[in-house]
Design a protein. Structure first.
Length: 181
């Protein structure tokens, strides 16, 4: 349970015991209210969830203490002028959207390389999991070998696609593929 943030501006970071004597960490929403940040116990549950994510990613740059305070003091009928700098923990895609995303990332890396910069600066900011689970056509059925034969044929038909996905898994630290089967 690694915490990327090293600051704890509101004293809301708490520890808990894990098995094996190690410690886990979480950000306590009630601790924000105790610290006088805002009446968070009065927020709808969905906003408390968003507030915890904003607090967890509070780095002073992308997400500031003011962002945390604004959301902690949310008023349901107030005019909206600010955005919530929400950062998701993970993105899960299926192959219809994930393959085009990987193409875009590869194109951006190529463009950065052509500009003489380090292409590794192009990296998803949050982990991305591409689940390739519904690409198999059924050509064989009715016997115990049908499943494996269909997988083998799928990999043969779309070899370049799967080689590209394998490249993506190796090229990007935060991009993973859950393969067929």
């Amino acid at each position: 349970m690694g915490i990327k943030q090293t600051t704890n501006p509101f004293g809301a970071l708490r520890d808990f015991d894990l098995s094996g004597g190690s410690k886990g960490h979480y950000y306590s929403i009630p601790a924000l209210e105790s610290a006088g940040v805002g009446p968070v116990s009065r927020l709808p549950v969905c906003l408390r969830i968003v507030l915890e994510a904003v607090l967890r990613h509070c780095d002073g740059t992308r997400i500031t203490e003011d962002h945390v305070r604004e959301l902690a003091n949310w008023k349901p009928y107030a005019d909206r002028t600010e955005e919530i700098p929400f950062v998701v923990a993970r993105i899960v895609l299926q192959d219809f959207t994930g393959v085009p995303l990987l193409v875009d990332l590869a194109a951006m890396r190529s463009a950065v390389h052509q500009l003489g910069k380090n292409p590794n600066i192009i990296e998803p900011l949050v982990p991305v999991d591409l689940v390739v689970d519904h690409s198999v056509q059924v050509d064989f059925a009715g016997d115990d070998s049908a499943y494996q034969r269909n997988l083998d044929l799928e990999f043969t038909r779309n070899r370049e696609r799967y080689e590209f996905l394998k490249w993506g898994m190796q090229a990007f630290e935060t991009f993973k593929v859950v393969p067929l089967g």
